[in-house]
Design a protein around this ligand. Structure first.
Ligand SMILES: NC(=O)c1ccc[n+]([C@@H]2O[C@H](COP(=O)([O-])OP(=O)(O)OC[C@H]3O[C@@H](n4cnc5c(N)ncnc54)[C@H](OP(=O)(O)O)[C@@H]3O)[C@@H](O)[C@H]2O)c1
Length: 360
């Protein structure tokens, strides 16, 4: 058996690469034809029904506007209802046929049943489910002092996608609908200080790839993988309430460059309507996959060189530390425009402060 594997190890990779090189032009041609056909005869969202989770900010909000401009009926879901109200108003102005909102926690299965049942009883159908909920973090794994943050990060970033999908699937089968997921380039290209986020995104990717097989062509799956997109998440901002926001100082010092959220949202929605299996932004990240398989050490060296710890404090924000200070050296630097000075932030972006109840 070892000899067999030895021979296969020697033969299969080069033979596959040669086959791929020869078939590449034909594959590209077929993909281009399919793309053109689907662009012309893609799904018309006029009067269709779309649920968007995580619609209260960033990419989710912009996706809501994209569907609105296509004349869809919307159900917008997030925990901050007051933010959803303003976004619903904008969506109506932009052309949405009808907009419903619901405050819900996607980590709770009952909440997912509530907003999906409400959608079905009002609109009578469901065509697209767009999952955009997430929670990022910026701590080194070894800095964690309170492991209670671990399940929370996994809950939001993984189960928060799975529960709505499970509840929505019977209705998506009826409409030959589609699930759209926001993974991240981190699902296969991990970066430091985002270990649990990257792990959850990798789990998400594998879960939906498996689901794609199981669903065959009855329900489509579009997986969006993107790098840095300018949004509240990447600017390290917690929105506590309208006009009261707080940023992690460290995050603001990091210059985030990336395509605009609007552009990415447009790409996702047009990709979903075309029936694309993947939406990548920017797509040149794919080349790192080759390095990961064939030259992982080069990738490792390059990252160590590029992402040097110099200039970045080893400490991070309170995110993921359960609100506990990290020690004098590791004290997170919080600066905010909020009237609340230096409250104890927890990983969930909420305050363990008397003000918390008021903000909730
Ligand atoms: N921005 C980037 O550069 C980037 C890069 C790669 C991947 N992504 C992915 O793209 C997606 C959107 O990112 P974003 O930057 O737009 O994030 P964001 O602005 O932080 O938005 C996250 C959304 O999730 C909602 N949410 C969080 N926990 C929730 C819960 N338990 N129940 C219901 N809603 C919840 C938040 O609303 P409430 O707080 O009101 O609940 C918010 O609307 C995410 O999946 C993210 O991982 C983003």
């Amino acid at each position: 058996m070892d000899i067999l594997n030895f021979v296969l190890n020697l033969c299969v990779p080069p033979a596959s690469m040669i086959m791929l090189a020869f078939s590449w032009p034909a594959l590209c041609f077929l993909n281009a034809c399919e793309w053109l056909y689907n662009s012309i005869y893609g799904e018309d969202m006029d009067n269709k029904v779309v649920i968007i989770t995580g619609a209260s900010s960033g990419i989710g909000e912009q996706i809501a506007y994209e569907y609105a401009m296509r004349g869809a009926n919307l159900m917008l879901v997030a925990r901050k209802e007051h933010r959803l109200r303003g976004i619903a108003e904008n969506a109506r102005r932009m052309g949405a046929r009808h907009v419903m909102i619901m405050a819900a926690d996607v980590v709770k299965e009952d909440d997912c049943r509530r907003f999906i049942n409400e959608t079905i009883s009002f609109y009578g159908r469901l065509d697209h489910l767009v999952n955009t909920v997430s929670l990022g973090h910026t701590f080194y794994f070894e800095e964690v002092t309170d492991t209670s943050v671990f399940p929370v990060l996994l809950d939001i970033n993984f189960w928060g996608n799975v529960y709505p999908t499970l509840v929505a699937l019977p209705y998506l089968h009826q409409s030959n609908g589609r699930v759209i997921i926001n993974a991240s380039v981190e699902s296969w290209l991990p970066l430091p200080r985002m270990s649990l986020y990257a792990a959850a995104k990798a789990a998400l990717l594998n879960f939906y790839e498996t689901l794609r097989f199981e669903l065959k062509d009855e329900v489509g799956v579009t997986i969006a993988t993107h790098g840095w997109i300018g949004s509240e998440m990447t600017s390290g901002k917690f929105m506590l309430e309208e006009g009261a926001e707080m940023q992690w100082k460290e995050e603001r010092e990091v210059h985030v460059t990336g395509g605009p959220v609007e552009e990415f949202a447009r790409l996702i929605v047009s990709g979903a309507c075309r029936g694309d299996a993947y939406v990548k932004y920017p797509s040149w990240y794919d080349v790192f996959l080759l390095y990961r398989v064939f030259a992982p050490r080069v990738l490792n060296w390059a990252f160590r060189l590029l992402i040097s710890p110099q200039g970045t404090r080893r400490s991070s924000s309170y995110v993921g530390t359960g609100g506990r200070p990290l020690g004098v050296e590791g004290r997170p630097m919080l600066e905010g425009t909020s009237p609340i000075n230096n409250p104890s932030l927890t990983f969930s972006g909420q305050l363990s402060h008397p003000m918390q109840q008021k903000l909730d």
